[in-house]
Ligand binder design. Sequence first.
Ligand SMILES: Nc1ncnc2c1ncn2[C@@H]1O[C@H](COP(=O)(O)OP(=O)(O)O)[C@@H](O)[C@H]1O
Ligand SMILES: Cc1ncc(COP(=O)(O)O)c(C=O)c1O
Ligand SMILES: [Mg+2]
Length: 270
Amino acid sequence: MTTIPKVLTIAGSDTSGGAGIQADLKTFQELNVYGMTALTCVVTMDPQRWSHHVTPMSAELLESQLDTVLNGIGVTSAKTGMLSTVEIIDAVARKIEQRPLDHFVVDPVMICKGENEVLNPDTAEAIMEKLVPKATVVTPNLFEASQLAKTAPIRTIEDMKAAAVKIHELGAKHVVIKGGGKLLHEKAVDLIYDGQDFELLESERIETNYIHGAGCTFSAAITAELAKGADVKTAVRNAKAFVTTAIRHGFPINSFVGPTLHAAQRLYRD
Ligand SMILES: Nc1ncnc2c1ncn2[C@@H]1O[C@H](COP(=O)(O)OP(=O)(O)O)[C@@H](O)[C@H]1O
Ligand SMILES: Cc1ncc(COP(=O)(O)O)c(C=O)c1O
Ligand SMILES: [Mg+2]
């Protein structure tokens, strides 16, 4: 009988296919785990201007999806992505309390690349209070880390370290801050903090605009690696290698947006 680790993503649908639940499922498939979903919202884009529109699911529908997977199937590893309302965040927190997971990766999505506004300030607070304390790993980008740590904009590695300490104090076991392309540094640097030590993960910084969904891909890869038995630091290092290759082979799908290529590690050896 085939045994394959089962993983759950609780996230929004990115109709354009590069981020959200689509990125998570593609990444799970590439990394040999069986992906399941609880959909929180659907994001559509205006064809002319590509502004985003978010339509949330009801909290009841989200709860039914979580019941299906958590109580009807069983899962040890899950991740969150875009969570569109406070009610949905409350429902996730409640269900996870009833059925504790071995690994819970919280990607605290507060903003979409190319959009300037925080999706919803109320949800940022709720993620901080209800989900971050339950996280095995929390994976903010620089903007999200400054929101969670309540600090000024993060520009340097020293700023990242200070924010990581504050986010760890919220209760997350491991904090991974993604420096990405926005840090004042020549490399793409991410920071892991486990409450004791800092580890910097450096990769080549790729000159590209095609990085839509990079954060979702990274957090999904961490979840898949944890489900397969890796420890947190190994999972994050493997995920960094996976997303770097996906970014290297990012491509435009129209004049507004270019996703990373989730299949890149399989299709190209570099
Ligand atoms: N230009 C780039 N070159 C190489 N790696 C990058 C680049 N931009 C982002 N990354 C990496 O992609 C991952 C996701 O980071 P980021 O794009 O900041 O997240 P988000 O999509 O949530 O904003 C991180 O590992 C980050 O270091
Ligand atoms: C449904 C959904 N989730 C998450 C994101 C965040 O994507 P990223 O991985 O680029 O941070 C987006 C961005 O468009 C989205 O549409
Ligand atoms: Mg993100």
